[in-house]
Design a protein around this ligand. Structure first.
Ligand code: ZN
Length: 509
C-alpha cells in the first residue's frame, strides 16, 4: 500500500474516533430530569375516596349512553337519549356540592357545560373536558367480555365496562375531585369550566361544537383546554421500563377522498384490457396513491417526545436517540415499519371502502373507492388533494373530498406556562413517570375549541397497560380502581393550582 493510501486511512480512522467520541459522549451526557419537588404535592385520593370513585364509575357505566352511527332512528337511539338524561340526573344527585357550586347549561338537549365561577373574573377560564357517550359493543362479542359490558362490575381490582377508559373514567375522576373540594368550601380563583359532550364518538357536532360556538359568542377566551388523548402508559413504549405520561400537544387532521373510476360497461365475456375497465382503473388509482407516501420527518411534538424518551432508553438506543443529528434517517426508517410510530411522523393513507358491480358477469361502468387520510400538522388539506390528484393522474378517475374534513390542529406551546403546569402536576401525581409530549393521531372534541385558545393538552391521568389499552373501543374495556384514585388526586391538584395569571393565553408576561 502506498503512503498516501495509508495517510487517507489514518485520517478516516481519526475522524471515526472523533465521531465515536461525540456520539458516545452525547449519550453519556443524557440524564433523566430530577424527580419533582414534593413541596406542593397535593393529597392523593384516600382509600375511601378511591372506593367511592369506583362505585361512581360503576353507576356511570350502567347508564347506556351509546352513540350509534348517525342517521339511525331506532329504539336504541331513544334509549341512549334517556340514558343521557339519567346521566345528568346522576351527576346532580351524586355530586351535590359540585352542583351547588357550579351553574349548569344544557346544550343541544344533552351536552353539559358546568361553570365554577372563580373569584377573579379577570383570569381566563380553564376548560376540562370529557365525554358522556360511549361506542357500542359489537353485536355478538358480548360473551367474550369477562364481565358484562354494561354491568359496571367492580372485580379483581378493576371497574369493568364500556366507557371505563373512554371516557367515563376521567369524567368521574374530575367530578370526584371537584366534589371533594367544593364540599370543603374551596372556590377557585380562576373560573373552571367542565364540558361533557354527548356525541364525541360521532364528531361532537351537536355537543362540543355548539358549546364552543356559544362560548365564542360570549367572547370567552380560554387559558387552556384539557381533553382526552395521551394517557399514563405502562409498558407501551418499547425499551422504557418506567411508566410514560404522554401529553398530546397537537392532533392530526382528517380528510376522506372518494375516487370514482368510469369506463364502458358491458358483457364480461369480451372484456377490454383490465386497465380499461372501471374496476381496473380504480385498482390502479388506489395502488398509485398507496405507493406515493407523504413526506415523513422527525420534528415538532414527535421530536420532543423522542428527546424526552432518550435518557430512559437502554444504552444502545440512547446512543441513537442522543444523536438524531446523525441517526435521524435510520430512526425515521425504523419508525416507518410500525403503523403506530409511522402515524407519528407522516400523513397516513388508509383505503377503507370499495364499491363496484351488481352482477358477476356484468362489467360495471363505475367503481368507487374511499381513502381516509390523517394529516400530520406539516400537511394541509389542499396539499393532500394535490398529492392525490398527482398520484392518480387519470382523467377517467374523479376525485372528490367527502364532508367532515379538517386541518391538523396547531401545536400547543410545549414551553409555555400551561404546559409547564401540567408537567408539574403530572410529575407530582406520578413521581415514577417519564413525561413526554406527543402527537394525538385520533380526533378529539377539543378541536372545536381551537378558536378559543392557543393551548390544548390531551391527557387522561389514568394508568393503562398495553393490555388494558386494547380494550379501547373493544372487548374487556376496564380501568384499575387504583388508577381511578390517582386520577382523582391529579385533577384535585390541577384545580388547586390554577391561580397563576401567566396561564392566561393572552397574558402580557
Ligand atoms: Zn373518547
Amino acid at each position: 500500500m502506498k503512503r498516501t493510501g495509508l495517510a487517507i486511512l489514518g485520517t478516516i480512522g481519526g475522524a471515526l474516533v472523533v465521531l465515536t467520541a461525540v456520539v458516545v459522549g452525547r449519550a453519556l451526557m443524557l440524564d433523566l430530569p430530577p424527580p419533582a419537588s414534593t413541596a406542593t404535592r397535593s393529597a392523593p385520593a384516600s382509600a375511601e375516596e378511591t372506593a367511592r370513585a369506583a362505585s361512581s364509575l360503576s353507576e356511570a357505566i350502567r347508564l347506556k349512553t351509546i352513540s350509534y352511527q348517525r342517521g339511525l332512528d331506532s329504539e336504541e337511539t331513544r334509549a341512549s337519549a334517556a340514558a343521557l338524561v339519567a346521566f345528568r340526573e346522576f351527576i346532580a344527585s351524586r355530586y351535590p356540592a359540585f352542583s351547588r357550586s357550579t351553574t349548569r347549561e344544557i346544550v343541544s338537549g344533552y351536552s353539559l357545560l358546568f361553570t365554577w365561577e372563580g373569584s377573579d373574573p379577570k383570569l381566563e377560564p380553564v376548560l376540562l373536558m370529557s365525554h358522556m357517550d360511549v361506542v357500542p359493543v359489537v353485536p355478538g362479542t358480548e360473551s367474550q367480555w369477562t364481565h358484562a359490558p354494561f354491568a359496571g362490575e367492580v372485580a379483581d381490582g378493576f371497574v369493568w365496562g364500556r366507557g371505563a377508559i373512554d371516557c367515563k373514567g376521567s369524567l368521574i375522576a374530575m367530578l370526584e375531585a371537584a366534589e371533594s373540594l367544593a364540599a370543603q368550601g374551596f372556590r377557585p380563583k380562576r373560573t373552571i369550566m367542565f364540558a361533557f359532550g354527548h356525541d364525541e364518538e360521532i364528531s361532537g357536532l351537536e355537543g362540543n361544537k355548539k358549546i364552543a360556538e356559544m362560548l365564542a359568542a360570549r367572547g370567552v377566551k380560554l387559558a387552556f383546554v384539557s381533553d382526552e388523548g395521551g394517557m399514563m402508559t405502562e409498558g407501551v413504549v418499547s425499551g422504557i421500563a418506567t411508566p410514560v405520561a404522554l401529553i398530546g400537544v397537537a392532533e392530526k387532521g382528517y380528510l376522506t377522498i372518494e375516487l370514482t373510476a368510469h369506463a364502458a360497461g358491458g358483457h364480461s365475456s369480451m372484456p377490454p384490457h383490465q386497465e380499461d375497465t372501471a374496476v381496473g382503473k380504480l385498482i390502479g388509482a388506489m395502488t398509485r396513491v398507496g405507493d406515493a407516501p407523504f413526506d415523513s420527518a422527525i420534528d415538532g411534538p414527535t421530536r420532543a417526545m423522542l428527546d424526552a424518551f432518550a435518557p430512559a432508553m437502554p444504552f444502545g438506543r440512547k446512543l441513537v436517540f442522543a444523536n438524531l443529528w446523525l441517526f435521524k434517517p435510520l430512526v425515521t426508517q425504523i419508525m416507518q415499519t410500525n403503523p403506530g410510530t409511522a402515524a407519528q411522523i407522516q400523513t397516513t393513507i388508509a383505503p377503507t371502502m370499495l364499491k363496484a358491480g351488481v352482477k358477476e358477469n356484468v362489467l360495471p361502468p363505475e367503481a368507487e373507492g374511499v381513502i381516509n387520510f390523517r394529516l400530520h400538522p406539516r400537511d394541509t388539506m389542499k396539499g393532500v388533494v394535490e398529492h392525490v390528484t398527482h398520484a392518480v393522474d387519470d382523467k377517467d378517475v374523479k376525485i372528490e373530498v367527502l364532508p367532515g374534513a379538517r386541518e391538523a390542529s396547531r401545536v400547543s406551546n410545549m414551553k409555555g406556562p400551561a404546559y409547564e403546569l401540567l408537567h408539574k402536576i403530572v410529575a407530582e401525581s406520578f413521581p415514577d413517570a417519564l413525561i413526554a409530549p406527543n402527537l394525538t393521531v385520533a380526533g378529539t372534541d377539543s378541536r372545536h375549541y381551537l378558536p378559543l385558545t392557543d393551548n390544548v393538552f390531551r391527557f387522561v391521568p389514568l394508568r393503562v397497560t398495553a393490555d388494558e389499552l386494547a380494550g379501547f373501543h373493544a372487548t374487556n374495556e376496564r380501568v384499575r380502581v387504583k388508577a381511578l384514585g390517582e386520577a382523582v388526586g391529579f385533577y384535585r391538584a390541577l384545580m388547586q393550582n390554577l391561580d397563576d395569571p401567566a396561564l392566561d393565553s393572552h397574558s402580557p408576561g
